[in-house]
Write a protein that binds this ligand. Sequence first.
Ligand SMILES: NC(=O)c1ccc[n+]([C@@H]2O[C@H](COP(=O)([O-])OP(=O)(O)OC[C@H]3O[C@@H](n4cnc5c(N)ncnc54)[C@H](O)[C@@H]3O)[C@@H](O)[C@H]2O)c1
Ligand SMILES: O=P(O)(O)OC[C@H](O)CO
Length: 406
Amino acid sequence: MSSATAVRRLKLLTRTIGTGTRIGNMKHHVTIIGSGNWGSAIAKIVAENTKANPDVFHEEVKMWVFEEQYQLSPSHPRYDRSKHSGSQNLTSIINGLHENPKYLPGVALPANLFATPSLPDAVSEASILIFNVPHQFVSNICRQINGSCLPYARAISCIKGVDVSPDGISLFSDTIGRKLGIYCGALSGANIASEVAAEKFSETTIAYAPPEGPTEDFPEGLTPVPEELPAVDHALFKTLFHRPYFHVRVVSDVAGVSLGGALKNIVALAAGFVDGLEWGDNAKAAVMRVGLLEMRKFGKMFFAQSCKSATFTEESCGVADLITSCNGGRNHKCAMLSVRTGKSIETVEGEELNGQKLQGTITAREVNVYLRNKGLEDEFPLFTAVCRILNGEANVESLPQLIETD
Ligand SMILES: NC(=O)c1ccc[n+]([C@@H]2O[C@H](COP(=O)([O-])OP(=O)(O)OC[C@H]3O[C@@H](n4cnc5c(N)ncnc54)[C@H](O)[C@@H]3O)[C@@H](O)[C@H]2O)c1
Ligand SMILES: O=P(O)(O)OC[C@H](O)CO
């Protein structure tokens, strides 16, 4: 154990025992909802940390998997004809191999991580829920969970998207919290899943700031976490997510963390268009600059009370995620290939991603509907241009004119 981890654990124990607020020896059960590329990588991190902190967490971590049939390739190093000759449930393969060969191939998952296809089974005991699914599936998942989760559970959303409906715009942390009647924070950063899973160094930002009294969403206040459990606070989330290769900073700006992750995906598409045209690094830097300003402006305009501008420039979830996504992300890659090949980005997504999902294309259109309804498209020329290019209403070559403001 590193000395930093030891100090953190000691602080956690001193606080929970020393203050007398923790009166039992209950521990947190942790569940991951989602098992895609990032879902599996985060599940690996969390299972490593529950094992390393047995005084705070139950070692066993459940991971909910959207069940599908999967045929293991005969070229897989552990292919066994007697077991893998036909299609099988993906959950059985994950639990048998301790690997998710479809969404995170070649990465060993900890033996204390268990895949389950049942949402009620996944959430029924969990006091900490980690949501990590493409944003288009969240509402349906919450509908299936409702009533099965503990009233005092706390959640973290790793989802990069915003929830746009005819009623307006909502952060997914708020949507999840409202639908399940629990509090949900957010995690987002410059985190390409395959790099994190390979234990290459990166940073992330977690935001957690539960309301202390009644609010519009929780008129009677949140159901308190039982005193027998370790307190759920910044230190606990650092213990759950921080690894020597995955450095966590915990802040209170849930809106800033969530919006950074959602909106940079629109900018990454623009960066991909520019790279597809082979316009070079200066052009890409230009769209990234304009994109960062629009991200910050969006936060100021629509989440003024909760979003801090500094989060976009000082934390991993802001400019750092923008940089990594505009170079190595899936949105960037598919946009670039779409321009190079002349195929639609949805066709490229289907051909290149083996079931993984782009978030930027949906987010660009959702944000555009929201801006158009407010008559504010012109205030966000880059976001608007990306949507018009995706819809075939503008040429990718006209990007410089579309984002020229003076
Ligand atoms: N992959 C990354 O590098 C990365 C990094 C940081 C954040 N994120 C964010 O994490 C979130 C999750 O993305 P991911 O990369 O883990 O997923 P993914 O795109 O790799 O995989 C798609 C997932 O969706 C599931 N799925 C398909 N149809 C479904 C349905 N009808 N209902 C429910 N689930 C269904 C699949 O089983 C699979 O687990 C996204 O918001 C993404 O932006 C991704
Ligand atoms: O691959 P993308 O484009 O979904 O981006 C991945 C992560 O969000 C990068 O932090």
